[in-house]
Design a protein around this ligand. Sequence first.
Ligand code: NAI
Length: 444
Amino acid sequence: MSQLRFDGKVVVITGAGNGLGKEYALFFGKRGAKVVVNDLGGSMKGTGASSSAADKVVDEIKAAGGVAVANYDSVEFGEKVIDTAIKAFGKIDILINNAGILRDVSFEKMKDEDWDLIYRVHLKGTYSCTKAAWPYMREQKYGRIINTSSASGVYGVFGQTNYCAAKMGIHGLTLALAREGLKRNILVNSICPVAASRLTETVMSKELLANLKPEFVVPLVGVLSHDDSKETGAIYELGAGYISKLRWQRNQGYFFDTPFTPEDVRDKWEQVAGFGDNVCYPQTSSEIFEIFFNKEDFIKQQKEGKTTSAQTQQTTQAPSKRIFGLMKAFLDRGEGKDLIPKIQGVFNFEIITQKGGPVIKSWVIDLKNGQGAIKEGKEQADATFTMIDDDFEKVCLGKLQANEAFLKGQMKIKGNMKKATLFTPSLFPAPTPDNFAKYSQPKL
Ligand code: NAI
């Protein structure tokens, strides 16, 4: 099996003088990357500074035959950190935002200084280094960023309000950056590591710490930082050799007939706040609009006591279902009527989940008759498109060119090719949150 290599890559690791950062630095040094070892060299509470922590790791990388330089700036000044990579190696490919400190104290006793310093090192520091690296990554259309979040932030821990807020903020940054970076091959992920280090040695037992070697966190970081990775916007919890991915879950929820009162909410509390079997895993802020869209269906099913809600279907049929819903709303409002004389075609869309897999849903787009229509099913059509659900969304979002999808076999077309080329998703409103919101509102 081939080794994952990083030859020619320039990697900046913040807080690489100790703990996890040091392990990452040694790993990248051994795997061919040019490494910038950043560390302020202060205490675990964020006081003091020294160059020795970073220097020692640089020496160790060099002694093992690797290439590394040190940087001693605080991550709050990301420009200086990234500048070291640019001056020494001319670029920045991989950024591991890892530097961290703790200032644990109950919220009641927390001083502004404890709050501010944690924010500055973790969230501001992650922002600042990323902000400085971003233009280079955009320009070269390549970047891998790993942000260090924490289970503390994901779940909340007593005495760590400052740290939890910053760590969850970091994941919010990851999620938004993942979307902004996608087109330029900048992939951004978060990790929630658990490892023995000076941050944990006072709060965990010796036996536990013995199983939590920082080097056990390195393999996932290696995979997520590699050229071959496609992962972005994800968050992983890992330690002791165990790795797992986290995601959001939404319960079935309850759609109230409007207007409604606090008493109505109280009386349906189990449906509003409880989690039964009927859950879904939303991935975008726009998915809720599909539920808003399907209000009548949803309420009907609720009244019939059906467990299959619009929301559950969404888990298997999103994102194409949402997009066809949007297109349908557009045509139903008569906003697509100018398309009819221009296109004069009927198109079948077959949605599959993987290449060669069975059709999970078919849609007919009629741009020949009346003001146009979209419905589920199959009809006599001028052309039939077959696409994987995710690829369909990418084409509609402009992230994948239709001709590229066709050439790479991600989109199959049968029937009248001339007619088929007349159909492009750009005939319809783009599937953006704004458009989902706009077309979920009844037309005034
Ligand atoms: P560590 O204390 O061994 O290493 C952190 C390094 O960051 C230190 O060398 C420190 O000098 C450096 N640093 C601190 N402030 C800095 C600044 N302003 N600029 C540059 N460098 C700075 O800690 P560890 O455990 O390796 O932590 C690494 C990251 O992982 C941190 O972000 C931490 O919050 C996070 N984390 C660690 C967990 C664990 O179980 N060890 C759990 C969850 C998250």
